[in-house]
Design a protein around this ligand. Structure first.
Ligand code: HEM
Ligand SMILES: *[C@@H]1O[C@H](CO)[C@@H](O)[C@H](O)[C@H]1NC(C)=O
Ligand SMILES: *[C@@H]1O[C@H](CO)[C@@H](O)[C@H](O)[C@H]1NC(C)=O
Ligand SMILES: *[C@@H]1O[C@H](CO)[C@@H](O)[C@H](O)[C@H]1NC(C)=O
Ligand SMILES: *[C@@H]1O[C@H](CO)[C@@H](O)[C@H](O)[C@H]1NC(C)=O
Length: 549
């Protein structure tokens, strides 16, 4: 190496260090200044301070490191329970200082209700989430507040009210693809299988068909007899993007948004050409369908209304085509579709995975559920989608519903969430020595809430709150102590869709299989938490076909 280069390197390093140092100091000053300015405002509003968990390291680095450690050990949600317990069981709302941010955490139903519903206008996803998610979701429903959100919600919501959403024949077709991946041998047993992998394929296939009108059929592509064969190409621009590339790019893009979320307002530190590349692949893939839907529309318009109606009747419902009746802006269509794929795919797969993770560890519940499914819907061979298995049938199978509810209670798919104050505001409770005074929240402050902690709180769920006991749902009323789908004006739009997909899949699997062997010796859960929470090791099982040796 030339001496000059070395010298330049040193200068470069020094400048970097200097820049970083000044930036850190500025941040520190800014955060202290804000902290004291809150004090004055707090007094004016008649609020008191919530207790604060003290920091061990400057800059609130310890909170970040604790989280990173729990992440690495795959026990992030359990770490949350411990953190909430730090100041004693009575403290449900506390202040903390993390990476230079003064945040508030709460698992108090009254405060969560204020954030999500009664003070809805004061709290939003905020600029941070907007910026963090923008590369993939743009102005889609999952990244915006205010009028942009109202517009998105008004656009998307009616689509979910239509009956097409519960197209059980389409669901049965995808369930059959899942069944093909679960072949049994002479003894009636399947090979050791990770159900999580199969559920992720199921929900990707189902979502893409529902949203785009065409499934990526990842389940079929991955069947042993099809592996290695050329995959069906979906033509996007001049580059053919196949389903496998798309599925991988989509996972990659989601992973990026999740990693950025962890960095809080330093989200911009995680960026780069590799990150941007996967987003480009996803966008190109979705653009292809958007263009196609817009072309169809044009064709229909030129062919005249009569033709359009004549082949409308037996056409399957395609979300994108319906959306394209409301807006023809290709970017908007792309952003909303990406948001919906993002909202609906991993969530439902994770839900199904935790359900089976629990069922294999609770044979009593498995037996009872199977019995009630056979009573309601008959055997695997005799059941017919849309006939013996209907939407109301699924709803009326109360033990099935109780199992679904109980799974979402113990393992809410979104275990932690947050909102940012859009203006100076207050939370109703948690301040002062008795914890009953309102709390001041300054504009820009983050309030995070943990549904995971909330739904395991003994005060609301009893001494056996940590136990999987679907029977607890018999006749139980629930309110702001149960929020797997969130609450208030931004409540999940896909709730019914998700419960139908999950319920239907469980019914068919339990009709066909009478035994399920757990191949994972862990009794305690480990979590692969990105934006949604998955069992880290998946769901390793062997299944036994009913009516076979
Ligand atoms: C078990 C499955 C699911 C769970 C647990 C779940 C949970 C949630 C949660 C917690 C939120 C609130 C996010 C936030 O505001 O920060 C949400 C929002 C949303 N979900 Fe779901 N979801 C599920 C499935 C689905 C499906 C299948 C779809 C659509 C196909 C969907 C569409 C949406 C949409 C569009 C929103 C945004 C609503 C808005 O901001 O106004 N979800 N969901
Ligand atoms: C989010 O980003 C968009 C631009 O992508 C912007 O128009 C909007 O005002 C931003 N903020 C919120 C809170 O939605
Ligand atoms: C609908 O009918 C028109 C005119 O008969 C035809 O050109 C078009 O391909 C049809 N569309 C579909 C989806 O069958
Ligand atoms: C399960 O929870 C839903 C709300 O998410 C509720 O409407 C339903 O009644 C509950 N079902 C049972 C069996 O408790
Ligand atoms: C954890 O989840 C991410 C995102 O869902 C996924 O890409 C990754 O493969 C998972 N890790 C394991 C070990 O399953």
């Amino acid at each position: 190496m030339k001496p000059g280069t070395n010298h330049n390197m040193h200068t470069y390093l020094a400048v970097c260090l200097w820049a970083f140092g000044s930036w850190a100091i500025l941040n520190l000053i800014d955060s202290y200044w804000r902290y004291f300015s809150y004090d004055a405002k707090r007094a004016k509003q008649g609020c008191q301070r919530a207790p604060r968990i003290p920091n061990k390291y400057p800059f609130g680095l310890d909170f970040f490191l604790d989280a990173a450690k729990a992440d690495k050990e795959k026990t992030f949600p359990e770490m949350m329970i411990k953190r909430y317990g730090t100041l004693g069981p009575a403290v449900k709302t506390f202040e903390h200082y993390t990476l230079g941010n003064h945040g508030i955490s709460t698992n108090d139903p009254k405060n969560i209700q204020a954030v999500l519903a009664t003070k809805f206008k004061d709290f939003g996803l905020g600029e941070r989430r907007n910026n963090t998610f923008r590369p993939l979701l743009g102005r889609g429903i999952f990244a915006v507040d205010g009028p942009s959100w109202e517009h998105s919600r008004a656009l998307i919501r009616p689509q979910f009210a239509r009956h097409q959403i519960s197209d059980l024949e389409q669901q049965e077709r995808h369930t059959q693809h899942l069944m093909r991946a679960l072949a049994t041998d002479n003894s009636g047993w399947t090979c050791p299988t990770n159900l999580l992998t199969l559920f992720f394929r199921l929900t990707l296939d189902r979502s893409t068909e529902f949203l785009f009108g065409e499934s990526v059929n990842s389940q079929l592509i991955n069947l042993p007899e099809n592996l290695g064969k050329a995959t069906q190409k979906v033509v996007a621009s001049d580059n053919a993007i196949d389903e496998v590339t798309f599925a991988q790019a989509f996972d990659g893009a989601q992973g990026w948004l999740s990693d950025r979320s962890r960095l809080l307002d330093k989200y911009w530190m995680d960026d780069g050409p590799g990150r941007r590349r996967v987003v480009r692949i996803v966008h190109e893939f979705v653009n292809y369908f958007v263009r196609r839907a817009l072309d169809h529309r044009k064709q229909r318009a030129t062919a005249g209304q009569k033709d359009a109606e004549s082949n409308q009747s037996n056409k399957p419902y395609v979300f994108l085509e319906e959306l394209a009746c409301e807006t023809q802006d290709p970017i908007e269509l792309r952003d909303q579709l990406c948001s919906l794929l993002f909202a609906g795919r991993d969530t439902t797969a994770s839900f199904l995975s935790w359900t089976f993770w629990l069922l294999v560890r609770h044979p009593r519940v498995f037996e009872k559920l199977r019995k009630s499914i056979l009573t309601s819907f008959g055997t695997y061979q005799t059941a017919v989608a849309g006939d013996t298995i209907t939407l109301t049938g699924l709803k009326d199978c109360s033990y099935l519903q109780a199992v679904l509810n109980e799974t979402l209670r113990l393992f809410p798919v979104v275990p932690v969430n947050m909102r940012q104050a859009l203006r100076d505001t207050t939370l109703p409770t948690g301040g002062g020595p008795d914890g009953k005074s309102p709390i001041f929240v300054a504009k820009g402050q983050i309030v995070d809430y943990s549904v995971f902690v909330l739904q395991r709180t003994k005060e609301y769920w009893g001494e056996d709150a940590d136990m999987f006991r679907p029977e607890r749902w018999e006749g139980r009323k629930f309110g702001w102590d149960y929020l797997p789908f969130n609450g208030g004006p931004r409540i999940c739009l896909g709730q019914q869709f998700a419960l139908t997909v999950a319920g239907y899949t469980i019914v068919r699997l339990l009709q066909r299989f009478d035994k399920i062997e757990n191949l994972d010796t862990d009794t305690e859960p480990t979590h692969n938490l990105s934006l949604v929470d998955n069992p880290f090791k998946g769901v390793l099982v062997r299944l036994h076909e009913a009516d076979s040796p």
